[in-house]
Design a protein around this ligand. Structure first.
Ligand SMILES: [Zn+2]
Length: 58
């Protein structure tokens, strides 16, 4: 299943689609083959390493 994002390429404004491979999710343009890694989607699988200060928790 591929998600399309029409006219969303930052380089040429062409049609792009969203797919995933071993590295995770990415968005790629059909016209110029520009590829953008979608790190925000990849982060959903594993928790973020957030630095929490115990002193501010209260
Ligand atoms: Zn493009």
């Amino acid at each position: 299943m591929v998600t399309w994002r029409l006219k969303d390429c930052p380089r040429c404004g062409g049609d792009t689609y969203i797919d995933k491979d071993l590295d995770g999710w990415y968005q790629q343009c059909l016209l110029c083959a520009y590829r953008l890694e979608l790190k925000e989607l990849n982060c959903r699988k594993k928790p973020l390493a957030v630095t929490i200060s115990d002193e501010d928790e209260d």
